[in-house]
Design a protein around this ligand. Structure first.
Ligand code: PMP
Length: 394
């Protein structure tokens, strides 16, 4: 397709939303008041579409660390770590991440997107095969494309389908790379990691787990599904982001693989982009400490998630998964999802509107991300706004 045609078809899909009277791409949060509150269209609004799972974006430790680094080390690094050198803080954060996961090394990337791009495209290359879950995040698809490897998709969370496809590959399965997510971002459902580990061991393949939505949320120390499922030692590479529970920007890969040093220099998304500014690194280090000791935060998050989940269920909504920090309301009809999202926004509640093809199936979703920083009153107001929409439209 010519680029003009391609862009025109993307814009046509956008216009379909705009003509309906909503434009989810144009939401402007005019003021940020707290981790869970803002002003949108002049109205005080509960923010429940943020991924700010632990609510750390305003934490005094993180803000103070960022301010200090900003004053002492300046606003930016102005270059890539390979060409311009690493600041000491980059390496310190990498050591802290490796220690947190009890792995030998970590690589910090400038975003979580780049962490997937860099990790997948350095481990796999032309002639290799990467097996990915059908519902994988775009960064996993893009990482595969950058690698030049063959890509085989298996059915979502279906380890038996994966095993069947690995078997078909014969001896080459031992060189295969498997990529799954700990928690899937749209529905909030967990991967059966124990079973995936069993399959990868059976074939001698390697496994990457993207813990973007489970870091800080699950596991006793917040190490995600790998900790919850007790497979930390058996997963080859863990990828994650600073942009959710750590309340910042950046990404990482941790592993005890002997190849970590070379992986860094083989990774184009590490080599050819500017490194994170010192204030970002400092705030992330402060957040990682809070996350590690954050069992109270996780308890609060879990209580809020349960309250929202149960409240929405009591109004008869269909939810995407058992209780988790992502609570997705499944709406069959796209136009119903659009009008509901618009109603909620006008009622002072901001959630994520997700419509096909961005959703796993043909259904639309109103995706709520719960935060430890939400008050019980905010969770109740969120539920009630959904309930009011239902009572007006049934
Ligand atoms: N992996 C997954 C599963 C994600 O959901 C996201 C972000 N939504 C990313 C990676 C990318 O993270 P970042 O926003 O830090 O680039």
């Amino acid at each position: 397709m010519k680029s003009n045609q391609r862009l025109a078809s993307i814009e046509a899909a956008h216009q379909e939303l705009v003509e309906f009277g909503v434009d989810p791409f144009a939401v402007e949060i005019e003021e940020i008041v707290s981790p869970t509150g803002g002003i949108i269209q002049g109205r005080p609004t509960i923010l429940a579409g943020t991924n700010n799972y632990l609510g750390l974006t305003f934490h005094p430790d993180c803000v103070a660390a960022a301010k200090k680094a900003l004053e002492e080390q300046g606003t930016g690094t102005t270059g890539s770590r390979m060409a311009n050198g690493s600041y000491a803080c980059h390496r310190e954060l990498e050591r802290e991440l490796a220690a947190f996961y009890e792995k030998s090394d970590a690589i910090v990337f400038s975003t979580g997107y780049q962490a997937n791009l860099g990790t997948i495209s350095s481990i796999a290359g032309p002639g290799d095969t990467v097996f990915i879950d059908a519902d994988s995040h775009a960064s996993i698809y893009d990482g595969c494309q950058l690698s030049g490897a063959s890509v085989i998709r298996f059915r979502h969370n279906d380890y038996e389908d994966l095993a069947k496809r690995l078997r078909r590959l014969g001896e080459a399965a031992a060189d295969a790379l498997i990529v799954v997510e700990g928690v899937y971002s749209m529905l909030g459902d967990r991967a059966p990691l124990k079973e995936f580990v069993r399959v990868k061991n059976e074939f001698g393949a390697r496994l990457i787990v993207d813990e973007a939505h489970s870091l800080g949320v699950l596991g006793e120390r917040g190490r995600g599904v790998v900790e919850e499922a007790d497979v930390l030692d058996e997963v080859d590479f863990i990828v994650g982001t600073f942009s959710k529970s750590l309340g910042n920007t950046g990404g990482f890969c941790v592993s005890s693989s002997d190849n970590m040093a070379v992986l860094r220099y083989a990774s184009r998304p590490y080599v050819f982009t500017a490194s994170l500014p010192p204030a970002t690194i400092a705030a992330t280090r402060a957040a990682l400490k809070l996350l590690d000791k954050g069992s109270d935060l996780r308890k609060r998050l879990h209580n809020n998630a349960t309250r929202l989940h149960d409240g929405l269920k009591s109004f008869g909504f269909t939810l995407g998964a058992p209780v988790n920090a992502v609570v997705a309301v499944v709406i069959g009809d796209k136009s119903e999802a659009l009008s509901m999202w618009d109603y909620l926004l006008k009622a002072g509640v901001y959630v994520n509107l997700m419509v096909p093809p961005a959703t796993p199936g043909s259904e639309s979703l109103l995706r709520c991300s719960v935060s430890a920083a939400h008050s019980a009153a905010q969770i109740d107001a969120l539920c009630n706004a959904f309930g009011e929409w239902r009572s007006r439209n049934s």
